[in-house]
Design a protein around this ligand. Structure first.
Ligand code: SF4
Length: 168
Protein backbone atom coordinates (compact mmCIF):
# COMPACT_ATOMS: atom_id res chain seq x y z
CA UNK A 1 0.00 0.00 0.00
CA UNK A 2 1.26 3.44 -0.94
CA UNK A 3 2.58 5.68 1.83
CA UNK A 4 1.63 9.33 2.29
CA UNK A 5 3.76 12.45 2.57
CA UNK A 6 2.85 15.90 3.80
CA UNK A 7 3.89 18.03 0.82
CA UNK A 8 4.70 21.74 1.22
CA UNK A 9 5.33 22.34 -2.47
CA UNK A 10 6.41 20.90 -5.80
CA UNK A 11 8.31 22.43 -8.73
CA UNK A 12 8.01 20.66 -12.07
CA UNK A 13 11.31 21.88 -13.52
CA UNK A 14 13.58 24.03 -11.41
CA UNK A 15 17.15 25.00 -12.22
CA UNK A 16 17.98 26.12 -8.68
CA UNK A 17 18.08 22.97 -6.57
CA UNK A 18 20.76 20.85 -8.22
CA UNK A 19 22.32 20.35 -11.62
CA UNK A 20 20.21 20.69 -14.74
CA UNK A 21 16.43 20.91 -14.67
CA UNK A 22 14.87 19.02 -11.77
CA UNK A 23 11.54 18.10 -10.24
CA UNK A 24 11.73 19.45 -6.69
CA UNK A 25 9.65 18.10 -3.82
CA UNK A 26 9.35 20.20 -0.64
CA UNK A 27 8.39 18.00 2.31
CA UNK A 28 6.67 19.55 5.35
CA UNK A 29 8.10 19.21 8.85
CA UNK A 30 11.42 20.32 10.30
CA UNK A 31 12.39 20.44 13.97
CA UNK A 32 15.76 22.16 13.44
CA UNK A 33 14.45 25.76 13.30
CA UNK A 34 17.64 27.37 11.96
CA UNK A 35 17.86 31.16 12.32
CA UNK A 36 16.83 32.88 9.07
CA UNK A 37 15.50 29.67 7.50
CA UNK A 38 13.85 30.64 4.21
CA UNK A 39 11.12 28.00 4.53
CA UNK A 40 9.70 28.65 8.01
CA UNK A 41 6.17 27.91 6.80
CA UNK A 42 7.33 24.37 6.08
CA UNK A 43 8.39 23.65 9.70
CA UNK A 44 4.90 22.47 10.63
CA UNK A 45 4.07 18.86 9.80
CA UNK A 46 0.52 19.94 9.04
CA UNK A 47 1.51 22.51 6.39
CA UNK A 48 0.54 21.69 2.80
CA UNK A 49 -1.24 18.67 1.40
CA UNK A 50 -1.20 14.98 2.22
CA UNK A 51 -0.32 13.19 -1.02
CA UNK A 52 0.48 9.55 -1.73
CA UNK A 53 3.92 8.56 -2.99
CA UNK A 54 2.27 7.02 -6.07
CA UNK A 55 0.64 10.32 -6.96
CA UNK A 56 3.89 12.28 -6.44
CA UNK A 57 5.79 9.78 -8.56
CA UNK A 58 3.27 10.15 -11.40
CA UNK A 59 3.95 13.88 -11.44
CA UNK A 60 7.72 13.28 -11.39
CA UNK A 61 7.45 10.82 -14.29
CA UNK A 62 5.32 13.21 -16.29
CA UNK A 63 8.28 15.64 -16.24
CA UNK A 64 10.99 13.07 -16.77
CA UNK A 65 11.36 13.66 -20.53
CA UNK A 66 12.64 17.18 -19.86
CA UNK A 67 14.21 16.90 -16.39
CA UNK A 68 17.65 15.67 -15.36
CA UNK A 69 16.56 14.35 -11.97
CA UNK A 70 14.70 14.90 -8.71
CA UNK A 71 15.57 16.85 -5.55
CA UNK A 72 14.06 16.43 -2.07
CA UNK A 73 13.94 19.69 -0.07
CA UNK A 74 12.16 20.79 3.05
CA UNK A 75 11.37 21.06 5.69
CA UNK A 76 13.62 18.19 6.61
CA UNK A 77 13.37 15.26 4.18
CA UNK A 78 14.97 12.80 6.60
CA UNK A 79 12.23 13.44 9.17
CA UNK A 80 9.87 11.84 6.62
CA UNK A 81 12.35 9.14 5.70
CA UNK A 82 10.00 6.16 5.66
CA UNK A 83 7.67 7.47 2.95
CA UNK A 84 10.51 9.20 1.08
CA UNK A 85 12.44 5.90 0.95
CA UNK A 86 9.50 4.37 -0.87
CA UNK A 87 9.40 7.29 -3.32
CA UNK A 88 13.20 7.14 -3.72
CA UNK A 89 12.94 3.45 -4.66
CA UNK A 90 10.48 4.33 -7.44
CA UNK A 91 12.76 7.13 -8.68
CA UNK A 92 15.89 4.96 -8.70
CA UNK A 93 14.04 2.06 -10.36
CA UNK A 94 13.47 4.45 -13.27
CA UNK A 95 17.21 5.22 -13.29
CA UNK A 96 16.69 8.86 -12.35
CA UNK A 97 19.28 10.99 -10.56
CA UNK A 98 18.31 11.92 -6.97
CA UNK A 99 19.56 14.75 -4.75
CA UNK A 100 18.42 15.58 -1.23
CA UNK A 101 18.97 18.37 1.23
CA UNK A 102 19.26 17.60 4.94
CA UNK A 103 19.93 19.51 8.15
CA UNK A 104 21.56 16.32 9.44
CA UNK A 105 25.18 15.78 8.49
CA UNK A 106 26.18 12.76 6.44
CA UNK A 107 27.87 11.29 9.54
CA UNK A 108 24.77 11.83 11.71
CA UNK A 109 22.64 10.02 9.16
CA UNK A 110 25.15 7.21 8.74
CA UNK A 111 25.46 6.70 12.51
CA UNK A 112 21.76 6.99 13.25
CA UNK A 113 20.07 3.78 14.31
CA UNK A 114 17.03 4.68 12.24
CA UNK A 115 16.62 2.11 9.44
CA UNK A 116 14.44 4.50 7.42
CA UNK A 117 17.07 7.27 7.44
CA UNK A 118 19.77 4.77 6.44
CA UNK A 119 17.55 3.31 3.74
CA UNK A 120 16.86 6.75 2.28
CA UNK A 121 20.54 7.76 2.43
CA UNK A 122 21.49 4.63 0.48
CA UNK A 123 19.27 5.65 -2.44
CA UNK A 124 20.53 9.21 -2.85
CA UNK A 125 23.15 10.28 -5.38
CA UNK A 126 23.98 13.70 -3.94
CA UNK A 127 23.35 15.01 -0.41
CA UNK A 128 23.65 18.66 0.60
CA UNK A 129 24.14 18.27 4.32
CA UNK A 130 24.15 20.34 7.49
CA UNK A 131 22.10 23.09 9.06
CA UNK A 132 21.84 26.57 7.60
CA UNK A 133 24.15 28.83 9.64
CA UNK A 134 23.32 32.47 9.01
CA UNK A 135 26.81 33.70 10.05
CA UNK A 136 28.24 31.47 7.28
CA UNK A 137 25.75 32.58 4.61
CA UNK A 138 27.46 33.17 1.27
CA UNK A 139 25.34 34.05 -1.74
CA UNK A 140 28.12 33.04 -4.16
CA UNK A 141 27.77 29.35 -3.20
CA UNK A 142 26.07 26.98 -5.62
CA UNK A 143 23.14 24.88 -4.35
CA UNK A 144 23.72 25.68 -0.65
CA UNK A 145 23.18 28.63 1.64
CA UNK A 146 26.05 28.51 4.13
CA UNK A 147 29.66 27.42 3.79
CA UNK A 148 29.44 24.66 6.45
CA UNK A 149 27.10 22.73 4.16
CA UNK A 150 28.72 20.15 1.89
CA UNK A 151 27.72 18.71 -1.48
CA UNK A 152 28.42 15.01 -1.09
CA UNK A 153 28.68 12.18 -3.60
CA UNK A 154 26.76 9.70 -1.42
CA UNK A 155 27.38 6.50 -3.36
CA UNK A 156 31.15 7.11 -3.58
CA UNK A 157 31.28 8.11 0.09
CA UNK A 158 29.46 4.95 1.15
CA UNK A 159 31.68 2.69 -0.93
CA UNK A 160 34.97 4.35 0.14
CA UNK A 161 33.94 4.80 3.80
CA UNK A 162 34.83 8.52 3.77
CA UNK A 163 33.08 11.70 2.69
CA UNK A 164 33.66 12.58 -0.97
CA UNK A 165 32.65 16.18 -1.67
CA UNK A 166 31.68 17.59 -5.06
CA UNK A 167 32.70 21.11 -6.04
CA UNK A 168 30.76 23.51 -8.24
S1 SF4 B 1 17.07 22.42 8.31
FE1 SF4 B 1 16.46 23.56 6.48
S2 SF4 B 1 14.21 23.69 6.59
FE2 SF4 B 1 14.95 23.08 8.62
S3 SF4 B 1 15.13 25.04 9.74
FE3 SF4 B 1 17.16 24.57 8.86
S4 SF4 B 1 17.18 25.67 6.88
FE4 SF4 B 1 15.04 25.53 7.56
Amino acid sequence: MSKYLQVAGFLDNSGANGTGLRSVLFVSGCTFHCDDCQNKDFWSLSYGDRISTDEIFKRIKKNSAITDGVTFCGGEPFQSAEALSELATMIKTEGMNLWSYSGYTFEQLLNSNDPHKLNLLGKIDVLIDGLFVKELFDESLYYRGSSNQRIIDVQKSLSLGKVVELTF
